[in-house]
Write a protein that binds this ligand. Sequence first.
Ligand code: CA
Length: 398
Amino acid sequence: MVIDLLKSAHHPSELIAMLKIKMGGSVPHQYKEDLATLAKRLGDREFCYAALNKVSRSFAVVIQQLPAELRDPVCVFYLVLRGLDSVEDDMTYPAELRLPLLRNFHRKCYEEGWKLEGVGDSADYRALLANFDKVIRVFLGLDEAYRTVIADICKQMGNGMADYAERKVNTLEDYDHYCHYVAGLVGIGLSALFSASGLESEQLREDWELANSMGLMLQKTNIARDYYEDLNLGRTFWPRQIWGKYASRLEEFHAKPSSPESLACINEMVCNALQHVSNCILYLHRIRNRQVFRFCAIPQVMAMATLAKIYNNPNVFTEVVKIRKGIAAKMMLDTNDMERVRYYIEKFAREIQNKMSESDPNYALTRKRLNRIYEALDDVRFSPESVRARCVEELVLF
Ligand code: CA
């Protein structure tokens, strides 16, 4: 916390935002004990929220933004997919057991008492799977409309993961396809949960392409940012069709982070993610409930900030580049309506534009995609929906 405050020392509004979040109680309780220990003393529902806290701090924060009736379904949805992901990521778990489990994980959600010992590539993931019976009991207590959505997305994602365990991400098509399975489906599932709650229209779940774009934007931003972390883990999700133009081995970028090839490569990764932003703007524009809006919009503006930060940034190849916590805190506090989304997306799009150079091989395409973003922002500017979204019930968060 102190280090984060120092980083924002010259930005007083960021300092205020960080303190407000800290004092306002919107940071969820942090447990000192590990998840395996917590599992012994916590009830099923408490365990689910503790697990969420351990496996994704940022998601645990944004889930608190949701209307109360959506919190449990979204929490369980996330944990089911995290359980699935823990199976996918544990390469020490033999493929002949792993792949069928990925394909059948959705059935396990209905098997009372099911759990799995010793699988998962971190202590928290192992504890999640070892206590999965708790997640299942909460799942079984949800309304059927929610259970159906969660199990259906889990089935599609598990099958996609099993397919990709046997092939690599090479082409741009593979990249979109893979991101659809691991993230687009999350967006599609969340939309279906929102519609099922009655808080959002039925149309929201039918526009699955817009929801898919929401997931792709976030996933591609993380993939672009995490080059160095993934390199150290001996893996990559960067499509060869992009990086293969600039190097014959991925390590070359790390060796020469400031070379024109390295910078052109990270810029093309950013450019690829930018193609989804205009759809995200349209999706956010359709959200009616103010809290659902915040839940969806905050990660998007953070991702846009990250894209602006990593564009043309050689540090991506030698460290994991993150946006200042102060900026994140400010966006978390004031991303309340479409006007604010417009402000942030435009601000970061301009930052990218200012960093662009005509010598970049994707200069024209990146310009085109930025222009599409500006057009989408203009389209949603003065429409009645954006005014309505602002008027829907006041937030009682802080
Ligand atoms: Ca994974």
